[in-house]
Design a protein around this ligand. Sequence first.
Ligand code: UD1
Length: 420
Amino acid sequence: MDKIIVRGCGPLSGTIPISGAKNATLPALAATLLTDQSVHLSNIPHLLDVTTMLELLGQHGSAITVDERLGVEIDNHRINNFLAPYDLVCTMRASILVMGPLLARYGQADVSLPGGCAIGSRPVNLHIDGLRAMGAEISISEGYIHAHAKRLHGARIVMDPVTVTGTENLLMAATLAKGRTLLENAAKEPEVVDLANFLTKMGARIQGAGTSTIIVDGVDTLHGARHRIMPDRIETATFMVAAAVTYGDIVLTGTSAEFLAFPIQKLLEAGVEVEEDIGRESLRVRCAHQLRGVNLETSPYPGFPTDIQAQMLVLNSIAEGSSSVAETIFENRFMHVSELQRLGADIQVVGNVAHVRGMSKLRGAPVMATDLRASASLVLAGLAAEGETVISRIYHIDRGYERIEEKLLALGADIQRISG
Ligand code: UD1
């Protein structure tokens, strides 16, 4: 199994490109199942999760062509298999996103139940309840969700708690349902808006994406379209924290501050400087003074993203002062804390709050990655630590960060991947 070795090496500097958003790519790929015409998606990140989704589409019968410019052409006029098998769904929960499109267009979907994961139980009851409200007959047996419908119909669906992939699944299903669907307490994440924009290009009739009520008037068919995936705001924020914790000065291109108001606010409070050049689609991030710890609480968009919580714990660990980080989205998303403690971080978790006493001198140690964002936090901690940090189970990071060690090397990091 691959490992990453990081050695603390002082300030990072230089320019790197930000990739397309993983969490916008996965629903967009699933959405291609809604039409039998050819669809072109660009700015697709080269990630393990994207490969898994392409493999899943391939099993359904999609013809996929990938070009050198990170574009994917998908032709779905030969879909002949409606099963999303356990071996793919268990490696990537977002596989559940094929359920809405398959059911809406082909009247059938058999999707493995995703089960629990490292950050909590993560049920999919709201996906199932919503599709049932739209007329689907759904049974669960032998670990699979079996869904059938002649044609879905519009419905008023209230999701509680707010769910990102749940909103996306129901939004996709509603585009081909008969009549009007109201999705209430819908997720407002920018990736939901990116999906709605893509569906609209395919001929869907959607209003209110980005607000808590999305209205969809179903149409009979959708057509082919071209769409460029939005930049990855979580990758952007991760590199911003990398600049902060190494007291570096880096420029991120192909991205923007638009969807990062809360994280940027927290970085500014911590003493980090952030400058946006909108014309050049770039952000310059630097930190020249001692970091200050910041209190934060994760919440659905536009609040502070849970996917940037682990990275901010690293920042708080080496910053001046005490701080607290509350996780309100996932029940068990502090697995990285015990690994950060191995590096010397002074963090105590009480309930859903991590209390940090800052100014820890982090020292390299062997650690283990437990999930995608936790792995990113361990890389950041390794960059800020003295000595060598060896991170095992690094495959998690390849699910969501494109060429992370190459990008960090380009910024002057001392980082190396070893196989075996
Ligand atoms: C998505 C993101 C993930 C991010 C998360 C929260 C993708 C592919 N993944 O995950 O990176 O961390 O949003 O911003 O976009 N819930 C239920 N029932 C359901 C569905 C969800 O109770 O049917 C609960 C979950 O257990 C969790 C909360 O709702 O406590 C939010 O989860 P959700 O927004 O669904 O996360 P994902 O869409 O899986």
